[in-house]
Design a protein around this ligand. Sequence first.
Ligand code: NAP
Ligand code: ZN
Length: 348
Amino acid sequence: MAIAKGYAATDASQPLTPFTFERREPNDDDVVIAVQYCGVCHSDIHQARNEWGNSRYPMVPGHEVAGVVSAVGSKVTRFKVGDRVGVGCFVNSCVGCATRDLDLEQYMPGIVQTYNDVEADGTTPTYGGYSDSIVVKEGYVLSFPDNIPLDAGAPLLCAGITLYSPLRHWNAGPGKKVAILGMGGLGHMGVKLGHAMGAEITVLSQSLSKKEDGLKLGADHYYATSDADTFKKLAGSFDLIICTVGTVIDWNAYLGLLKIDGAMVVVGAPEHPVPVHAFSLIGGRKTLAGSGIGSIKETQEMLDFCGEHNIVSEIETIDIQNINAAYERVIKSDVRYRFVIDIASLAA
Ligand code: NAP
Ligand code: ZN
């Protein structure tokens, strides 16, 4: 078995530290990837700190994994050594299940997460992209378009698809007013993707400190949610609101910003439940929904869309030795707009 180097959380209260481990032996249908970059998602922090109550340690986080193929099994047909590839939030799912055929495998119970999970054998832990290599079944490996760099492309594999999927499902496009709540890693991708789809995009952020960036990235309007007037001015305005905020906020206030038949789609995943009044939904026949990442097919479609529209993430590259400080900055909303680990720093 190959030895991999990485960084791991060893329990909920400790910083991430260097960790050496064995990657599983590649099978005929596996692709071995030399990881070059890995995005830092807020979900990595939730899980490293056991905020969702399901953490397994040691945990090597990272599900925005970008690298180059270093070996392929004998049955692999779609990839060859040297290809620029990515791995997102899952590395396996129930085979033959009808949901897979519908390209909704992200919602299947048999999904195997890229980290904080076990492989289909039920025992081998999965370890994510804060490491120098990963072994993944061919069917769960994505291809980067030639014009998408691996560093700024890595965050597309979670932040990108998590916004692309609901924007498509709820028909964001010309004539649709879409609000993106939270201008962080997910939110800034929502601005770029929604704009490229032709929707009218409004950012709802805690302050106006990132307004100039938001407008540059494609937003048509930008409002501060700390200003009570925002809720008066924008009442009944939106066809769709995508909430990327990962802490408890008053969803009722945001439901009030929807038009009749509008939908608020939750992608941010707070640690605690969020209370919702029935009348926030009844008045205006509104929908409150959730959305999780996207299927492999849709993730590839998103990457190709980003290739066509020259869309990448706005990133700040860090050495892995700075990961714990980066986590603190993400929590303070002090990142513009996604940290990406340069995995070459592991060798330092
Ligand atoms: P992030 O970079 O930290 O962005 C979250 C944004 O929310 C912040 O930039 C901030 O935007 C806003 N925010 C933070 N605290 C707030 C507060 N107290 N009140 C109001 N707004 C606040 O995180 P991310 O990586 O984008 O992830 C966001 C959430 O989505 C996390 O919970 C993550 O676990 C979840 N997630 C879900 C999926 C899925 O499939 N559903 C996939 C990936 C991640 P402003 O500064 O503009 O206010
Ligand atoms: Zn993520």
